[in-house]
Design a protein around this ligand. Sequence first.
Ligand code: ADP
Length: 266
Amino acid sequence: MADLYIIKLGGSAITEKEGNKFEAKKAVLERIASEIKRALDEKEFKLIIVHGAGPFGHTNVVEYDINNGVYSDRQKEGLAKTIKDCNLLDSIVVGTLKKVGLDAIPFDPNKIVEQDNKKIVKFETEEIKGEIAEGNIPVLFGQMVPDKSLNASVISGDTVIGFLAKKFGAKKVFLGTDVAGIYNADPKKNPNAKRIPLIDKSNFEEVIAQTDEAGTVDVTGGMKGKLEKLQEMLQGTTALIFDASKEESFYKVLTGKEVEGTEIRL
Ligand code: ADP
């Protein structure tokens, strides 16, 4: 079988996460979709796409206080709204991918994942496997899912990626966000921050100590949460974090061309 790549359309890249607005960046999404199509027309590979939720997830979770259990009527109302809003964003993403001719098939994590105290205990992957084998592109996203202890909890797009990379032995994971990788300080707050080109076992601890949670509303720990999840789950798969707001970035990474970023080999 051709190599499997998993790509992440970061919430920071595809939504107005910075302005905390419930809006998709439609023009960015259209450009990324065209770049993925162009790469697939030139090169053979299998693909899973995972996207973040941006404010559609994080802002609701904070507003309704549903990051540590869902019990009250107001929390239940918030849960229903969050699930609906994340699906709304997903329908925009899937619609955009389809418009350029990509065979995108949505999989709502709420229907196929179960957690216990925020950890995955069940993840149905048979249908995902079938779609990949047929040359289609499963699309998953950060979402609220049923939780045995908390009634419902968040699964981040990054956790979905880690799980699927391990499950399907992905060749490479490409994480598109709004900064060109991991720096020795948050590059949005510190203009002198330096990019770290490679993170491996030798510098992981040092890097994690320098990495902040996102400056935006992010209940899954931003860049720091991302790194910790990748370390836990990737096991052998290489990941590249890069700036998806740059023209051609997705086309280049998927076709093996050089792009500024941080490579992670843990
Ligand atoms: P996404 O939603 O695209 O998956 P996140 O918002 O979770 O991405 O993380 C990206 C954000 O993390 C960046 O916008 C950046 O401001 C912030 N960040 C914090 N610390 C760092 C760091 N050391 N290097 C890079 N980005 C960082």
